[in-house]
Design a protein around this ligand. Sequence first.
Ligand code: GLN
Length: 313
Amino acid sequence: GSLPGWDEVDRLVIEAHAYAKASTDGEIATYIPRLAAVDPELFGVSVAEVDGAVHTAGDAEVAFSIQSISKAFVYALVIERLGHEAVRERVGVNNTGLPFNSVVAIELNNGHPMNPMVNAGAIATTALVPAASAEERWAAIQDGLSAFAGRRLELDGEVYTSEADTNQRNRAIGTLLQAYGRIDADPLAAVDVYTRQCSLLVTAADLAVMGATLADGGVNPVTGQRVVSASVARDTLAVLASTGLYERSGEWLFEIGLPGKSGVAGGIVTVSPGKGAIGVFSPRLDPAGNSVRGQLATRFLSQALGLDVFASD
Ligand code: GLN
């Protein structure tokens, strides 16, 4: 079946927001200094349907940095250009079971990043974006993510500078991947483009539309533009199902029953294939780096809208 009628979805989005707002659990990310300055009370929820309807509640139009959620969409853009097999060989599709910025995971797997949703795999994936220069690579990513959102996404210069000044670990990961022959491009230039992609500003409503583009077989339901092929959208969602919430991916799939992707600024996008997507934003995170209220609101909506792909009733 499809989603219930417009009024019912609108009501449930408002209810999900009210329900999850009660939680003040979790901690705001501080390892990127600029993120620590964000109001922890901000909370937005949005649902975008594959027919183009967009529902919002709370701070759904407040911009925040996309962070790791960019990994899902850059991965889609890369497999659109290079095909899934080329990326699978180099980056993989299995969960590491370790934190997103783990160096140990790389060492344990002989330099293989394991999947495109941890930092190692994302940096390797960004390095694969076909381009003649880092500037061109960045332009392709900014354009591509903007097409998913259906509007021009801009860089948050303060978040970018703050992370670029403090991302020694990601630079180490990039260089380590180069040592293992997993990056052909200049690894530090790839890390810089990766840091920029993480600093793109989005809203919860943008995330819902970006997710709905994957739900709609690669066509943005608001603009009507085809961004990636249906098989690329499918492959991206399959990877998210096992890797989208880092080491909590198994629990997430068990609780919510949908592919999703989180970022440390507090965003989460969750996709219901063929139906639509949920975008949430709230900065307080669980220990793995996933928005606490975002998870609560998403679980509420998954259940209330009957979206769990494993449920037969
Ligand atoms: N830019 C962040 C980093 O590389 C993204 C991490 C995240 O959202 N989990 O550390």
